[in-house]
Every structure is written in C-alpha cells, then in structure tokens.
Design a protein around this ligand. Structure first.
Ligand code: ARG
Length: 760
C-alpha cells in the first residue's frame, strides 16, 4: 500500500485542494461538484457534475427513487419501470401470494399492464431539490446559546422550512441534520403512491443462498424485482392506486449496459443509505459490543427458532411469516457479524486512540480547550449513565415489541389515551378507531396466534431473567404471584382471553371501543404496564444522559473535523440521498484467501443442493445453465457473470441502488455487504469493505431467458458502448474537466406539456 510519510502528507495537503478520497464516503449530490468531481474523473467518470445532479435539467438523480422509505430503486424505462432488490420487494411479493398461487415461491411476471399488482401503502419519493440550510437554521446561535434554547430554535426552524417547502402539500419535505447537528439540509421530494409489482424471480433465485449466504461474498443471488410507478394523466403523483393512472414518465431513466465489468472500472452507487455511526465514540461502540448486540442476538435467535419451527410444520405459517422472518434474520446475522468484526478489527481500540489524539490536540490550545475541552468527558459520562438503563430499552424494542400481539397492543395506546380523557372526544375516538381497522387488517393478514403465544412466553421469560429487577414492569409481579412465575401459564391465559389475538373480536371492539374493555384486556394490560414502566422509570433517566450527549457529540464531531482539515468527511447516512464512488475491486478476505471480483453461473451449479431449501435451483434454471444458454447476456469470457464487487461505500437502505459506470449506464444492482467488513457502519476499512452487486446481465438473463419476460427487457434502453471507463493514467489530463469533451450527454427533449424524458 501507498505509504504516507508526514512530509508527503504535508506536501499533498499543500498542493492539492481538499479533494475527497474515493471509497469511503456517502456524499451529498449537491456537493459532488465541489468535493468529489475532480477525483471521480481521475477514477474514470465521464459525466459532468451537472449530469449527476441538476435542479433545472434532467440528471442522474431523476432516475433514482427512495422505495417505501427503506430501499432504493431506479428507473430503467421511459414507462416508469423500476428495478430494485428482491429483498426490497419481498413484502409486496409475499402479500400477493397464497398457498394456492404462491408467487413468492414460483416467481411472477406481468404479461400485460393490467396484470401488474397494486400495493396499498407503498410509495416512492423522487428528489426535486436539496439545499444547505445550515446558515438559516443556525442564524444567531452561538456557542453560548443555552442548549435548550438552541434545540427549541433549531427544531422550530427546521419545521417551518420544511412546511414552506411542501408548497401546500404538493411535496414531501424535511430538514435533516448532518455531522451531529453541525449542519442542516433541506430535502424536497415528489411522492408517488401508485407502485405496482411487475415481476420477480422465484424465491430460490432471488434469495438464492438464503441466510447462509447473506452478508457474504462470493454470492450468486439474483436479488432483483420489478415495479412500475403510475401517475395521473398529466404525469403527477397520486396518493394511492387509481384505475385511470398511467405509467409515470421519468425525467431520466438509466440505460442498461451489456458490457460487463473489469477490475478497476469506475463505479458509483446512487441511493438512500439508512444509518451509519462512523462518529460513534468509543464508549458507544463498547456499549454496542458488550451489551446491545448480545441482547439483540439472543432475543432474535429465540424468536427466529420458534417462527421456523412452526413454519416448518405448516406451509401457510411459513408463508405468513416469510417477510417478517427475512427482516429479523437479516439483522440478527448483521449484529453477529458486527460484533465478530469489532473484536477482530479492534474497532473500539482504534476509536480510543483517535480520541486520545483528539484530546491532545484540544489541550494544545487554550481556545480549543475552552470550546471542546469538556466534550469527551461529557460523552463518557453520558454513556456510563446510559449503560445502567440500556438493556431496558433493548428489551422494550426486541422483546416487548418483538412479540407481535404486544406490538399490536402498543398501537392502541393513542386510543387508550383518548378513551381515558376526562371528557372523551367521540369524533377523535372514531377517527383513531377507524385508522386502527386498517392496522388490524394488515396485522391479522400475516398473524398466527399459536406461534406468537410461544414467542410471548419465551421473550417475556428472558425479559424477566435479564433486566434488572428494579427496572421491571409491575405486571411481572402479577405473573410471579398469580401464575407461580410461569410465563407459559401466563401466556396461555393472555392468548385465551385477549381480544387482540382475534381479528373478529378486534374489529368488534373497534366498532364501539370502551375504556373498560381495553383496560381489562390481558395483552393490552401487559403492554400498558411495560410502556408505563418505561415512560416513568426508564425514559426520564435515559433522557437526562442523552441531553448532555447530543451537545457533547456535536462538539466532538466539530473538533474532529477542525483537527483533520486535510480529510474531507462525509456525513453519516441518515436515509437521505447519497452518492458513493469507487471502483470494481477484488480483496484479500483473510490470510491466503483472495476473492475474485466476480462470480459466474458455475457457482450456482456448485452450490446447488436439492436437499437444502436455501440452495435449490429450479429445474428450468438448471437446464439452461447446464446447457450454457446465456444468449446475449454472456460475458466476453463466454461465461454468465452473476455478481461482482466494488469498493462503494453503502449500507442498509442502499439496497436496490443502481451501480453505474463512468458513462452513466447501469451495470449492476447493489444488494449487500461482505462478512469481513460487517463493522462498516461503525468504521470504514478500505482494504476489506466491499459492496456486493448483482451483475445486470444476470438480472436480464433471469427476466428474459428464465422468466420468459422479454417484453420487459425490450422496454429498457440496452446499450453496448465498449469497455467501461477506468482510472485515468497518471499525468494525463482528466477526460473532460469541464464536461465539454464528453460525447455522452444526458439529453432533455421536452415535448410540450410533458415531463422531459431523457436518454443517454
Ligand atoms: N443483507 C442484505 C441487506 O441488508 C439483505 C439480504 C436479504 N436476504 C436474506 N437472506 N435475508 O441489504
């Protein structure tokens, strides 16, 4: 590796503008021009900064959507066709499946538009614009402003700015803070509520490798599904499904490249990463490592085993719990990997050393001491305090809310408050109850009380065993006294008496809700006791520590950035739109193990195991692969490439993000991270962290060859423009410093009265 001496470092810092390094960083598209574009060009980007992000003309950002607030998708046709991951569409796919017509298991492709399936509640957000509003939010605020005053002012301004940007409900808008409250950005989106399922491969293809392969490379999963966004006849968003809606015409859609990738090719990933905590202090890491993660793992382990047991007995239960299982299992394995990684990579030690260096730097200058001197102490004190109550908080979310009937009961809390009021507002009660009917519909669709009863008994028992006695809800005493301490017996009682485990009874209750009935329901009583205990005994103490922590964190991050001026930091992920760039790269997983940057269909055949549900390969796929029938999707080496890896910096929420080459063409779908770098959300390791992608040619092969849905591929703009751009040789002038030398342009052809479709 390139070794940097202090002299070299100094020279570089003097000679070069503060240019961000590739690999680490989830960059705000608005700042790409200033912070990243020059570096991106060196890596092989041929687009101008405006072709990536522009408010007035069609640009790449117009092809990217946030799906349902939890994933990313991208337009691949001018008819609103959207690609995302299979695991992002999983819940929707499951919701349309029955044991008779199991499209989750068998796959599905709409042959006509009328076969596309509506998904109530699902939406996509498309970015209209973003703005740095730090100045406006922080105006007049000084380091001397009392914290409470600062908070109130900052929150009020954030709300007002978002409200104004909504333009009377036309847009969805919010202000998010970055760098622990040191900066603020406004995001304005259009929200489309008519999202229809168009296609998905069979589960054994789209989730090939299951939880065994999850979070691992090498990978052979065709993790994709297809949706279509519908809009009104004038191309405007609608709140939900409407029969006379038509396919949305995006301002831009990504052309799809059949070229394939080589090592060192430029790659960028555009999407909506959910959450990273790269600025988490050592004390926070330590708490995660030795308290939060072990508890999460244990509680999820228990829940998953019980769900699996019942699913294995009954295919209907398996189908009902498929999506819930996948979600819980995904992060169960993530927490395991994160803890293993933290130990292996000594993440806490690294952070501790960084903090020691920061403390030294602060101590060197009295002014710094004045401003930042307390920050690290305050942080450590706050975590020491929080540690006393942290388990209560973890058990609330993973045990109480991890028990389905209790989670459902918690949704009745607002209704309870209304019923309890001195003079109950009947109209408000009606409205809440009507809203709850929808939640009930949703809840009972995938609910099996017998399974949940087992989970209830097991998780409540762990709650009782593991959480400090003086922090436990009163109801546990009742269990001790009246049920001889048996959670099994108590669970039997709750599940035989509660109306919340029956759809009909819940509907009956919601028809005419009374305080008496709710208060006497044993499931509700349990949850109420847990929530009350948390609100009265735990939360105030946690909050007292958290209040100090927010300020200390803000100062800590500010100090860190001030100390390391030569390093351009990107803000932690917070579900806002980001771009990361880097290149296709193999890696050394551990001693003597070097991973190639791509996988092929050969690996599918090697992993195939008809006796293991995670590795079943459907007969037609077996036949096609054995015959090497790859069609136009074969690589130049004659094989069918299934996946590849890049050093793009991504995290959960990025799932479904496009991997884009230097010409703005789609080359893959990002869908996972690798086991060796499961600490990536806490600390980035450039040698180990990789982004796992489905090769777009494998995706198209699955749609066209395996799925027989060529009409969908024909809708896309397929291109074959020669080898992908790679790094520019040292000394050579950047290909197009001003973008003029590039032949590739995002053209905007505006037809009258229509949004502008764009092609490359
Ligand atoms: N690890 C992937 C992600 O978080 C999800 C993969 C889903 N597959 C699974 N077997 N659970 O994006």
């Amino acid at each position: 590796m390139f070794k940097r001496t202090w002299l070299k470092g100094l020279l570089l810092a003097l000679l070069l503008p503060a240019v961000a390094r590739a690999d680490e960083g989830m960059w705000l598209p608005l700042l790409v021009k200033r912070l990243n574009h020059a570096d991106m060009q060196k890596k092989g980007l041929k687009l101008t900064a405006e072709e990536i992000y522009d408010v007035n003309n069609a640009s790449l950002k117009d092809a990217i959507v946030q799906l349902g607030g939890f994933c990313t998708g991208e337009f691949v046709s001018k008819q609103g066709l959207l690609l995302t991951n299979h695991h992002c569409g999983y819940d929707a796919i499951q919701s349309h499946s029955t044991t008779q017509n199991n499209i989750l298991q068998n796959g599905f492709y709409a042959q006509t538009r009328s076969e596309e399936k509506a998904n109530p509640g699902l939406f996509v957000d498309i970015l209209v614009r973003m703005e740095d509003v730090s100045g406006k939010v922080l105006e007049g605020i000084t380091p001397q402003t009392p914290e409470a005053e600062r908070n109130a002012l900052v929150q009020k301004r954030q709300r007002e700015m978002a409200e104004a940007a909504k333009e009377n409900g036309q847009y969805v808008a919010y202000v998010r803070d970055m760098f622990a409250g040191n900066e603020f950005y406004l995001f304005v989106y259009q929200r489309f509520g008519d999202v229809r399922l168009v296609g998905a491969p069979a589960e054994s293809v789209g989730k090939f490798g299951g939880d065994t392969d999850n979070w691992m490379w090498p990978r052979h999963t065709a993790d994709f599904s297809l949706f279509r966004i519908y809009a009104s006849k004038d191309n405007k968003p609608t709140k939900g499904f409407a029969a006379d809606n038509v396919p949305y015409i995006p301002k831009h859609h990504l052309p799809v490249s059949l070229q394939g990738v080589s090592e060192n090719d430029f790659s960028m990933v555009f999407g909506f990463p959910g959450r990273t905590q790269r600025f988490l202090p050592a004390a926070g890491l330590q708490l995660t490592l030795d308290q939060t993660n072990p508890a999460r793992i244990k509680l999820r382990d228990t829940r998953l085993k019980l769900w699996k047991e019942d699913g294995d007995q009954d295919p209907a239960v398996r189908l009902k719990y498929a999506s819930k299982y996948a979600n819980i299992a995904n992060y169960w394995k993530y927490f395991i990997g994160q803890n293993e990684g933290m130990k292996r990579l000594k993440t806490v030690d690294q952070k501790t050393a960084e903090e020691a260096a920061l403390a030294q730097w602060i101590a060197q200058d009295p002014a710094r001491g004045q401003q930042y001197g307390q920050a690290l102490n305050d942080i450590n004190q706050a975590y020491a305090g929080m540690r006393q109550y942290n388990l209560s908080s973890v058990y609330l979310s993973e045990a109480a809310l991890g028990t389905e009937v209790l989670a459902f009961a918690s949704r009745l809390m607002p209704l309870y408050q209304q019923l309890k009021a001195e003079s109950p507002d009947q109209a408000a009660i009606r409205k809440t109850a009507d809203g709850l009917k929808e939640s009930a519909e949703d809840f009972f669709k995938d609910y099996n009380p017998a399974t949940d009863q087992k989970v209830f008994a097991a998780l409540m028992q762990l709650y009782y065993n593991d959480v400090a006695k003086e922090q436990q809800p009163e109801i546990f005493q009742t269990v001790q006294k009246q049920y001889g301490g048996s959670m099994q017996k108590y669970a039997a009682e709750v599940f035989s008496k509660s109306f919340l485990v029956s759809k009909a009874k819940t509907e009956q209750f919601l028809q005419k809700p009374t305080l008496l009935q709710l208060e006497n329901d044993p499931a509700f009583r349990m949850m109420n006791s847990i929530v009350k205990n948390f609100q009265e005994n735990i939360q105030p103490k946690m909050q007292a520590h958290q209040a100090g922590l927010a300020r200390a964190n803000r100062l800590y991050v500010a100090a860190l950035r001030e100390k390391n001026t030569q390093k351009v930091y990107s803000p932690d992920a917070n579900s806002t739109i980001r771009l990361s760039y880097g290149s296709v790269r193999s890696y050394q997983g551990r001693d003597a193990v070097r991973y190639s940057y791509f996988t092929t269909a050969q690996g599918v055949l090697e992993k195939e195991d008809a006796t293991n549900p995670e590795f079943v390969v459907p007969p037609k796929q077996l036949e096609l692969l054995r015959a090497k029938d790859y069609g136009r999707f074969a690589d130049k080496d004659g094989t069918l490439h299934t996946g590849f890896i890049t050093d793009n910096d991504i995290t959960g929420g990025n799932s479904g993000s496009p991997v884009i080459n230097g010409r703005g063409e789609l080359i893959g779908l990002a869908f996972d991270g690798n086991w060796e770098a499961m600490t990536g959300d806490l600390a980035y390791d450039p040698e180990l962290k990789r982004c796992i992608n489905a090769d777009i040619r494998y995706v198209l092969w699955c749609v066209e060859k395996l799925g027989g849905a060529k009409h969908l591929v024909d809708e896309m703009t397929i291109v074959n423009n020669g080898p992908n751009p790679g790094p520019v040789a040292a000394g050579a002038a950047p290909a197009a410093a001003d973008g003029k030398a590039t032949k590739v342009k995002i053209k905007t052809k505006k037809k009258k009265g229509e949004a502008a479709p764009a092609t490359l």
